[in-house]
Design a protein around this ligand. Structure first.
Ligand code: SF4
Ligand code: SF4
Ligand code: SF4
Length: 320
């Protein structure tokens, strides 16, 4: 039903000449995967899909297409709760204008951590996976098993309390399925209970697996600098080796660059080929910004970005 409404709405936007491009999702080439889709005509809208594997934050892609827009042209974007919050950040940072995008909001049901399901059936390959109301029915060469969706949501989706897009031009409703079971920031609160030595050990162990592929940076909607500090040679901010100090400095600087801008969408974690939960590390700083400056990321389009506004009432405590 959501898929049908989504296709209908997208077709209407093309028929009425309101968009030049729609960024949404289409079926991936493997079971339990959906891929970003770049739809350029009413005919192509039948490729659009919506399911519990539409995990990418599509706000990340808009920057590549904005420069090609002529006056009055617009890009449509399918936005879940976290995509919409990233769009607010990008609008506040003047990466594009509100009138250049049409936000097709989808009330999100939470996304499934397909890697956990894959690992549970390994070494068998998954031949087919069908999404049902509350379950994913997975068939391999030697077995058929159902997985309860609410038990396999991504950690950040388990904690998400902003599933409805806070900014949109219209909403395509999603059926309510598998709501999160945890309180906002619950994992980060557990992390905060650790001693500084335990936290540092955790950070060192996690980042020791990093191969510096930068997939986390590339997937992040708010990592959009045309020249990233890691690629700069004048000045030379950070070494390019896999020495632990270089890797740790990369992660620390990226975390500071996204502090108060990260919506804890989980895209960086999902993109990491080494299974490093980097969103968790970055999200900690957004939690700190929220607590110190009463600024919830990507919620109020009229509020200035937290770290570019100073008030005498601001806390003078350090964060991190
Ligand atoms: S973080 Fe929230 S809005 Fe984003 S995919 Fe998860 S449940 Fe949906
Ligand atoms: S740092 Fe990670 S969790 Fe935060 S906005 Fe970027 S991709 Fe999303
Ligand atoms: S995606 Fe993972 S391995 Fe690649 S740079 Fe980021 S943390 Fe390191």
């Amino acid at each position: 039903m959501v898929e049908e409404n989504l296709r209908k709405a997208a077709k209407t936007l093309f028929d009425e000449g309101k968009v030049k491009l729609i960024i949404g999702f289409e079926e991936g080439s493997l079971p339990m995967r959906a891929s970003p889709a770049f739809i350029r005509s009413a005919d192509e809208t039948k490729r659009l899909t919506w399911n519990s594997f539409c995990e990418n934050n599509l706000a990340s892609y808009i920057r590549y297409y904005i420069p090609s827009l002529e006056d009055g042209e617009r890009i449509g974007v399918v936005a879940k709760g976290c995509d919409a919050r990233s769009l607010i950040c990008l609008l506040k940072e003047k990466q594009f204008k509100r009138e250049q995008i049409v936000i097709i909001g989808v009330k999100c049901q939470g996304m499934i951590d397909w890697k956990r399901i894959r690992d549970e059936v390994a070494p068998d390959d998954i031949l087919e996976a069908k999404e049902e109301k509350d379950e994913i029915d997975v068939r391999t060469r030697s077995s058929q098993k159902k997985f309860k969706k609410s038990d396999y949501l991504y950690d950040n989706c388990q904690e998400c309390d902003r599933r409805e897009p806070v900014i949109n031009d219209f909403i395509v409703e999603a059926a309510e399925q598998g709501t999160g079971k945890k309180d906002r920031w619950s994992r980060i609160k557990e992390f905060e209970q650790m001693t500084p030595e335990e936290r540092w050990k955790y950070f060192k162990e996690e980042t020791s697996r990093c191969i510096r592929c930068y997939a986390c940076r590339n997937a992040c909607p708010v990592c959009y600098c045309s020249e990233c500090f890691v690629d700069s040679t004048m000045p030379y901010w950070v070494g390019t080796t896999l020495e632990s100090s270089d890797v740790q400095v990369f992660h620390l600087i990226r975390a500071l660059h996204t502090a108060g801008r990260c919506t804890y969408c989980g895209n960086c974690t999902q993109a990491c080929p080494m299974g490093i939960d980097i969103a968790f590390l970055v999200g900690k700083l957004s939690k700190d910004v929220q607590e110190l400056f009463s600024h919830e990321v990507g919620v109020d389009p009229d509020e200035p970005p937290a770290l570019s506004a100073y008030s005498e009432k601001d806390s003078n405590e350090d964060f991190a």
